[in-house]
Design a protein around this ligand. Structure first.
Ligand SMILES: NC(=O)c1ccc[n+]([C@@H]2O[C@H](COP(=O)([O-])OP(=O)(O)OC[C@H]3O[C@@H](n4cnc5c(N)ncnc54)[C@H](OP(=O)(O)O)[C@@H]3O)[C@@H](O)[C@H]2O)c1
Length: 263
């Protein structure tokens, strides 16, 4: 495989499962040294081992809760500088999406979900962006979500978090552009990961259907009549991190199989 990231060092939050794990694999396969971030230390260790079995000494792990900001981001950055050097790539991917309507959600859930995803992505970006700007080199990709553009009443908090991320990443991209550093948001549609299983379970409970029926309905609604897997999203992230997309910044790319009606 072409080693297009041989001189790159990457941090992947949410790198132990789902889309983040698919991206971490692709980065290591293409030569990058990668620091994975997740909460579960056992899974983290296992994932780091898997990557190092493919390409020795290319993967490291840091266990922390991204809800604890800005401390977690500072600790991750210090560890990255020690283990992989100055980061040139960042994937913000640690997060989820609670299935809830705006009035039903307890206040604590609003705060928790904003802490993990909005403040998690923002704090990580604020920690890494100055290092990238100093190097005049770097790409940050954020896994955001189509609900940020097309708010979904059943994903009320995720709609707000993702909308806020679209706004803040645009202004950060404005600040970073003069330093040749790019920031791009990616909006996956419903993608087959643990998160989607949890969301389908919650929808199933709410609508008194089984998970299979909920997933079948999602596939039926999709213009392509199927749901993407983590690799479908990871391939786009890799393209956006590569120099092939060097004129793409300050925007968001939908990878939703065409389900979102906006153009
Ligand atoms: N899948 C979809 O349909 C979809 C659609 C739109 C947007 N997205 C967004 O894409 C991102 C990744 O989703 P995914 O489907 O790949 O999720 P996933 O399969 O559930 O994986 C989530 C990853 O994030 C980590 N994580 C979660 N909360 C964390 C926390 N508080 N602190 C540190 N790490 C944390 C998890 O590690 P631990 O378990 O060890 O904590 C895991 O590595 C999320 O932001 C999600 O909202 C997903």
């Amino acid at each position: 495989m072409e080693q297009i990231f041989a001189s790159d060092t990457a941090i992947v939050t949410g790198g132990t499962r789902g889309i983040g794990w698919a991206v971490a694999n692709q980065l290591v396969d293409r030569g990058a040294r990668v620091l994975l971030v997740g909460r579960n230390p056992h899974q983290l260790e296992q994932r780091v081992q898997e990557l190092n079995q493919k390409v020795p000494e290319h993967a490291f792990g840091f266990a922390c809760d991204m809800a604890e900001q800005p401390d977690s981001s500072k600790q991750i950055t210090e560890y990255a500088l020690k283990m992989i050097g100055r980061p040139t790539l960042l994937l913000n991917g640690a997060g989820g999406a609670s299935v809830t309507h705006a009035l039903d959600a307890p206040w604590t859930l609003w705060v928790d979900d904003f802490e993990v995803k909005f403040f998690g992505y923002l704090a990580m970006t604020r920690a890494i962006l100055p290092i990238m700007m100093e190097q005049r080199r770097g790409v940050i990709v954020n896994l955001v979500g189509i609900a940020g553009k097309d708010p979904n009443p059943a994903l009320a908090i995720a709609s707000a978090v993702n909308g806020a991320l679209n706004g803040v990443m645009k202004v950060l991209a404005d600040d970073a552009s003069a330093y040749d550093v790019r920031i791009v948001n990616v909006n996956p549609g419903a993608t087959q990961t643990d998160l989607l299983t949890a969301m389908a379970k919650a929808h199933a409970t709410e609508s008194k259907k089984n998970i299979g029926e909920v997933l079948d309905e999602m596939r039926a609604k999709s213009p392509l009549k199927r749901l993407p897997g983590p690799m479908d999203i990871a391939r786009i992230v890799i393209f956006l991190m590569s120099s092939d997309s060097q004129f793409v910044t300050g925007t968001s790319i939908d990878v939703d199989g065409g389900i979102h009606r906006g153009v």
